[in-house]
Design a protein around this ligand. Sequence first.
Ligand code: AMP
Length: 135
Amino acid sequence: MASIFSRIVSGAIPAAKVYEDEQTLAFLDINPAARGHTLVICKEELPDLLSLAPEQVAAVARATQVVARAIVAALQPDGFNIVQNNGEAAGQTVHHYHVHIIPRWRGDRVLSPWRPGSATADELHAIAAQIIAQL
Ligand code: AMP
């Protein structure tokens, strides 16, 4: 069964499309967190960031910048968030790689991505060493 986004790519279901190229498609989120909330997807149905080929990562990043620039010009938000969820624990509901562009206006309070925590320098360096060992 094709994902809901693959069905948008094929034209089987409608979407408010704003941008398309060979590898990517962008359309407005059907349940927008803010005016102009847009999704940029990889046309190939791959679940998450780790599944993409480097060229696909680059293509989505490029399209995200193109579309974000147009959103800023058209809607003149005070800023915007780029959000990209991987896995259910991270809030991903559609398992077809996509990036959210969420325009923001001062004081809108539509998104609060995390609460700052704390860690000692030793803890940070220990985690850094674990990550570096996998690169
Ligand atoms: P995520 O939680 O990162 O997987 O985000 C999935 C997003 O897809 C949500 O913000 C939904 O509102 C959006 N969405 C689901 N179905 C559609 C659709 N048919 N057209 C546009 N956006 C959709």
